[in-house]
Design a protein around this ligand. Structure first.
Ligand code: UDP
Ligand code: MG
Length: 322
């Protein structure tokens, strides 16, 4: 028997959790013929609603269900990491709770990994229907930019929906960085991936947990985590400006020698000072971004903090019975 772990990060997903569970169970039933067992790991990322209660209820009726609950909202990346750590399957798949990751793909993904020799099967959406137009536009430009400035291959529209071998999961768990950008980490560890394409599916119920601002900050994370080109770029800017300044110094010396030195041009001077000053602050800002990330990494804070999980509750029950 092989074991397939399904890791589900959940943040306020009371509307869809049971729906998701029913769908995934239907799919899991198709796997019995292949001698594949399932475990479902619900990671409650500090939800304020009934998500945890629902997971507990599912646990009561189905011993394949496991759950971890965080002490607060640590973000999807942390939830994925916790789920991977808790998983014990030969294969692990990460899925959103909102059914935007179609469970019907599982079979094909599993076969790609178990039979065709791939290390992982990942999905990407070819359309962004149902998403705000501005968000799609910025997302596309972002992927174009990050592909240029990073050596890691970023796939546009790549979802976190991915099935991996234990070997790849262990490689990902080795990366204990605090600032996690899963899309980059998945590519960085390497391994052979089969890509499956599909058209965007809308959320089954509830709302997206991402605001535009949240996505913006997350995208900066991707850049600072997987590229140092902005740092090099600021050095390049500096050099370029020095060269321009040097050219003008020569020009001014020659002009003064030929025509004297009438006072004038204070406005252009002010503009230049302002421009250079702005550029300097911009470059310090870039530097600051990297420094801040380094600072956070240097603190070695845990990636998440668990409040309860089904294994802890089991222990407590055991102790009270003793
Ligand atoms: N999620 C999470 N923690 C967060 C935000 C989201 O665990 O801080 C989970 C959420 O419950 C869902 C998945 O990540 O299962 C994807 O979130 P969402 O559907 O809101 O994102 P979108 O599909 O709009 O990109
Ligand atoms: Mg979603």
């Amino acid at each position: 028997m092989k074991l397939l772990s399904v890791v589900v990060p959940c943040f306020n997903e009371q509307e869809v959790l049971t729906l998701f569970y029913n769908e995934i169970c239907k799919e899991a039933a198709r796997f019995t013929a292949l001698a594949v067992d399932f475990e479902f790991i619900f990671v409650d990322d500090g939800s304020q609603d009934l998500t945890l209660q629902l997971a507990k209820d599912l646990r009561k009726s189905d011993s394949r269900v496991k759950y971890v609950s965080f002490s607060r909202n640590f973000g999807k990346e942390a939830a994925i990491f916790a789920g991977l750590e808790k998983s014990s399957g030969d294969y692990v798949v990460i899925m959103d709770a909102d059914l935007q990751d179609p469970p019907s793909f599982l079979m094909e993904m599993y076969k790609a990994v178990a039979e065709e020799g791939y290390d992982s099967a990942a999905t990407r959406r070819t359309t962004r229907d149902g998403e705000p137009v501005i968000r799609s536009f910025f997302a596309r430009q972002y992927y174009r930019l990050i592909r240029v400035i990073s050596k890691t291959e970023f796939v546009d529209g790549a979802r976190d929906y991915r099935l991996m071998t234990r070997q790849m999961v262990d490689a990902i768990l080795e990366m204990r960085e605090y600032n996690r950008f899963t899309k980059g980490i998945n590519e960085w560890v390497g391994f052979k991936t089969r890509w499956l394409k599909y058209e965007n599916v809308q959320r089954a119920a509830g709302d997206t947990k991402w605001s535009f601002w949240g996505l913006f900050l997350y995208s900066l994370e991707g850049i600072t985590a997987f590229s140092t080109v902005p740092l090099a770029l600021s050095a390049l800017f500096g050099t370029l400006l020095c060269l321009i300044a040097f050219f003008f110094i020569c020009f001014i010396i020659v002009r003064t020698l030929l025509f004297g030195d009438p006072v004038g041009g204070w406005l252009s001077l002010a503009v230049i000072i302002l421009f250079i000053g702005g550029l300097q602050l911009f470059c310090i800002g870039i530097l600051g971004q990297y420094l801040a990330k380094t600072y956070l990494e240097a603190k070695r804070r845990p990636i998440y903090i668990v409040k309860t999980s089904e294994s802890e509750e089991k222990n407590q029950r055991f102790k009270s019975e003793l």
